[in-house]
Design a protein around this ligand. Structure first.
Ligand SMILES: [Zn+2]
Length: 331
């Protein structure tokens, strides 16, 4: 499988958050991607590549994902900030959800590189071994909606990948999201798309961000845990989503990868171990579709590398075995 490395963007700022009027630094930083990449480099069969998608293609898919006034306002506000300034006064948060993500001068540049990385994973599917590519992107994207940001997310990489897959001829696309948090932005962007499904397992949305009731629409299927799930229950939920992907007749799959369900994650609350992702990867490998994986959350810096390693190993081992059994060789 191909893994796409993100290009540097300025200082690659560490994300901040606002808690009750107090600004604090967070673990949403370049170190996350370095740790995940280090874990993946230990897996035979993972090939690292740089991001390849140019600005014109990036802009086209961002405009297909977000509303123009939102894109313009983000750019205007970030360009107006000086070095260390933070903009907490913007009105770009999702209505009804507390403003938690400030803008800094580099916010747009960093988010653009995140989406460029994700779109480059879609582009890499054309010749990717095992028809899978993994975008090592930050900040995460799945809380960013049509015209709002939140939870560190500025641009929605997963939804942009849906647009890019469409442009490459995949009509019906499913997004499978296993981040600890619900991808409210992805759900909102895809709600009006009759050929896009969203399948998600997450912590109850009123107990964890975004702290609002879960939305409903006909192509949104979710499994929400009110209490921390056992590993068996979590893997059973993933298997249910795998079946939902099969039933919806999807032609390609976008996976929103989140590692914040493991014990010790500063934004989580569950007690999964990194080893559980071997089972998740194996389950994904049983979905016989081209797959573009997009990094969402996961903030336990000493463990996200192990999560990525287990996920990729589970996927590669199972998919290689299935292809050998089908007489297709290892390619
Ligand atoms: Zn998350």
């Amino acid at each position: 499988m191909i893994a796409i490395r993100q290009r540097p963007a300025g200082r690659g700022p560490r994300n901040l958050r606002n808690r009750g009027g107090v600004t604090e630094p967070t673990h949403e930083a370049d170190a996350r991607l370095s740790a995940i990449e280090a874990g993946l480099c230990r897996v035979p069969g993972v090939e690292l590549r740089g991001a390849t998608v140019g600005d014109a293609e990036l802009d086209r898919h961002l405009r297909a994902t977000h509303r123009d006034p939102y894109l313009r306002e983000l750019e205007r506000r970030c360009a107006a900030l000086d070095g260390e300034q933070q903009d907490f006064d913007h009105d770009l948060s999702c209505p009804g959800i507390e403003l938690d993500t400030p803008l800094v001068r580099e916010t747009v540049a960093l988010a653009r590189e995140g989406t460029r990385t994700a779109l480059s994973a879609v582009a890499a599917l054309a010749d990717a071994p095992l028809r899978a590519a993994y975008a090592l992107c930050r900040p995460p994207g799945h809380h960013a909606g049509p015209s709002w940001l939140g939870g560190y997310c500025i641009y929605n990489h997963a939804a942009a990948c849906v647009a890019a897959l469409r442009a490459r001829g995949f009509r019906r696309v499913a997004v499978l999201d296993f981040d600890f948090h619900f991808g409210n932005g992805t759900a909102a962007i895809l709600a009006d798309d009759p050929e896009a499904w969203m399948l998600s397992v997450h912590c109850d949305t009123e107990r964890a961000f975004p702290y609002v009731p879960e939305p409903r629409h006909p192509r949104l299927q979710t499994i929400a845990f009110r209490e921390p799930p056992s590993e068996a229950d979590y893997l059973d939920a993933i298997a249910q989503l795998r079946e939902a992907v099969r039933r919806c007749g999807s032609e390609a799959l976008v996976v929103s990868v989140g590692f914040d369900g493991i014990a010790g994650d500063p934004h989580g609350g569950w007690k999964l171990t990194p080893e559980v992702f071997r089972g998740v990867g194996s389950c994904l490998a049983e979905i016989d579709l081209p797959q573009c994986w997009v990094q969402e959350g996961g903030y336990a810096l000493d463990r996200v590398g192990a999560c990525a390693k287990h996920l990729a190993e589970g996927f590669l081992t199972t998919r290689q075995g299935r292809m050998r059994a089908a007489g297709e060789g290892d390619a």
